[in-house]
Design a protein. Structure first.
Length: 94
């Protein structure tokens, strides 16, 4: 069974899905060089991850200001942000 939940962040619903602990085979022994070698990967603890990208609407409500190059709709994903800004967003939204 897939577990999901909706969390309101700054009044904007964000859908999450639970990723269970377990193992899977990542990569390929026969694919592109960047996929080799195939290997077993283990996730020791379950975690929740957003099912969609962060929208410009949510970004503006949490961070104020829209850094996106491709704007015109609140439902577009936010773009043009650095790793550090993404971490800042996560900390502010938490």
């Amino acid at each position: 069974m897939i577990e999901t939940q909706i969390i309101q962040i700054a009044g904007v619903p964000l859908h999450f899905v639970r990723c269970p602990a377990g193992s899977f085979y990542m990569g390929s022994d026969y694919g592109l060089s960047l996929e080799r070698p195939g290997r077993k990967v283990s996730i020791n603890l379950p975690f929740w991850i957003a099912m969609t990208l962060v929208t410009q609407e949510l970004w503006v409500k949490v961070m104020s200001g829209n850094p996106s190059i491709f704007n015109g709709s609140n439902n577009l994903p936010v773009d043009g942000i650095s790793y550090d800004r993404a971490i800042e967003f996560c900390n502010s939204a938490a």
